[in-house]
Design a protein around this ligand. Structure first.
Ligand code: CU
Length: 153
């Protein structure tokens, strides 16, 4: 086999792995319901959602899974698109929430908000990531976590 053939083969191999990669990525993104876990700890952090920036499509459902007792998932007032429905899942129970209005949502665990147990849900693709947190009333740790997450959008 000469050098040119080898290059050609290498190119095909790269193309195939690229296409497979893209297909895997898009199928992972499109999966609904999307599972989010509430954890007592993750490494050195206490009381966290396993993912803190969750990106889903309009109409997708998230299943909130309390892996240990004492958690829930609740919408954050003033951090949701207009017309979005509020939600508050029951404690210690897996619950589904469907997001049909595009935009940026805040989610908190009611008893652990003070410990900074919050996350951001981005519903839809073309979202203006400028978010006004001035009307959000939450403990300091939760608010600074939200600021930090929003700066990563
Ligand atoms: Cu919690």
């Amino acid at each position: 086999m000469n050098k040119r053939h080898l290059l050609h083969l290498l190119c095909i191999a790269l193309c195939v792995s690229f296409i497979v990669g893209i297909a895997t990525l898009s199928s992972a993104q499109a999966s609904s319901p999307y599972h989010v876990q509430m954890l007592n700890e993750r490494g050195s952090e206490k009381f966290v959602f396993n993912e803190e920036i969750i990106r889903i499509s309009v109409g997708d459902t998230i299943v909130f899974e309390p892996t240990t007792k004492g958690h829930n998932a609740a919408s954050i007032k003033a951090l949701a698109p207009d017309q979005a429905t509020k939600f508050k899942t029951p404690y210690n129970k897996e619950a589904e929430v469907t997001f049909s209005v595009p935009g940026i949502y805040g989610v908190k665990c009611t008893p652990h908000a003070a410990a900074g147990m919050v996350a951001i849900i981005v519903v839809g693709e073309e979202i203006d990531s400028k978010v006004d947190l001035s009307k959000v009333k939450l403990p300091k740790k939760a608010k600074s976590k939200l600021e930090q997450l929003i700066s990563q959008l």
